[in-house]
Design a protein around this ligand. Structure first.
Ligand code: HMG
Ligand code: MG
Length: 311
């Protein structure tokens, strides 16, 4: 099987995960979670969003989180930024990487950032050059690439053209979002094929939500087509509050376990990652969907019971 030797996991749990939780997670818990993920060897991590607290109250403590995390050399920490105000606060809070975001469908863009696609692009044209001049790295997301919760099917030609506009703008990487987790492997091959006919795999990342259990299969297709950055969320936390039906992201443990089993390197310590997710499950107050995490915790519980019975 044609696979890359190494894959970069772009961890989005502290942002995409926690933005969707009903419970307001205390800032120190978020910082502990991020530090634990970094301790597990994650080198790219989206830690929060500098968006309106009226829209995403869960991440209203973005500046405190950004100032509170340890930033070891070699770890890239990023945050979502929707406008100039978000960029200024992000930079003032010590962020060296940001991510801008829009959707391939008009209705989701409007529901998510209260802008048309053209207006969202205009905001990027303001934010990205200022960020770059300040030496801040820029990623861009295109959401609803494989389907929109409001409009249904999305024309891949529209995604190809948006990717072109974002590359012309000079962003470092474009992450292709299956926001509501509807993509299947055949569709992934078709849509990525159309994008890759015009744009290099190195410019792209994939961001699959796992609503229907197809995220791992879609990632496998993407890797076979040359994509080597995969977004994932510890424990499978996640979802977009402005995308009805969006459930958790592909779980970091699940993809890392699969990659390691296939001898694809990630640089991540799976046991430490599981511990980070275990901590997250306690502060969000519910079980997390990751299959690997559940299997691992079940194994630990059975071993504990055996030890208790033996003692
Ligand atoms: P708006 O209401 O159109 O704009 O929101 P506004 O300028 O009138 O701002 C509303 C209020 O927010 C004002 O406060 C602003 O000052 C304030 P007020 O005057 O009413 O007291 N405000 C801000 N505060 C802090 N930081 C800021 C900021 N900007 C304005 N940066 C806006 C427009 C874009 C701000 C809003 O729609 C917003 O914040 N949206 C964010 C939505 C979001 O974060 N969604 C989830 C992330 S996207 C996602 O999950 C998908 C992804 O994972 C990929 C995938 O899965 O496909 C990335
Ligand atoms: Mg997402």
């Amino acid at each position: 099987m044609k696979l890359p030797a190494e894959v970069t996991i772009y961890e989005v749990g502290p942002r995409d995960g926690l933005q969707n939780e009903a419970r307001q997670v205390p800032t120190p818990d978020k910082i502990r979670f991020i530090d634990a993920l970094v301790g597990a060897g994650i080198k790219s991590i989206e830690i929060t969003s500098f968006v309106s607290p009226k829209w995403i109250p869960q991440l209203a403590d973005a500046a405190e989180v950004a100032r509170g995390v340890s930033r070891p050399a070699g770890v890239r920490m990023s945050a979502l930024v929707p406008n100039r105000r978000g960029l200024d606060t992000a930079i003032a809070s010590g962020m060296k990487d940001i991510a801008v975001f829009l959707s391939a469908s008009e209705t989701h863009t409007k529901k998510n950032v209260n802008k048309t696609i053209a207006e969202a692009l205009a905001a990027f044209h303001e934010v990205v050059p200022i960020a770059r001049a300040a030496g801040v790295g820029c990623r861009a997301y295109v959401s609803t690439v494989f389907g929109c919760p409001y409009e249904g099917d999305v024309d891949p030609a529209r995604v190809v053209s948006l990717v072109g506009e974002l590359r012309d703008l000079g962003v470092d990487q474009i992450s292709l979002g299956d926001t509501i987790g509807v993509a299947n492997p055949a569709q992934t091959e078709d849509v990525l094929g159309q994008i890759l006919a015009k744009h290099p795999a190195e410019a792209l990342a994939v961001h699959f939500h796992d609503t229907q259990g197809t995220a791992l299969a879609n990632c496998l297709v993407a890797m076979q087509m040359g994509i080597t950055t995969i977004d994932a969320s510890a424990g499978g936390l996640g979802g977009c509050p402005y995308a009805p039906g969006a459930s958790g992201n592909l779980a970091t443990e699940d993809v890392v376990a699969m990659l390691h089993a296939m001898n694809v390197k990630t640089g991540i310590d799976l046991d430490k990652l599981v511990e980070a997710s275990r901590t997250a499950a306690t502060f969000v107050g519910h079980e997390l969907p990751s299959k690997y995490l559940k299997a691992h915790l079940g194994k630990q519980a059975r071993a504990r019971r055996r030890a208790e019975m033996g003692s």
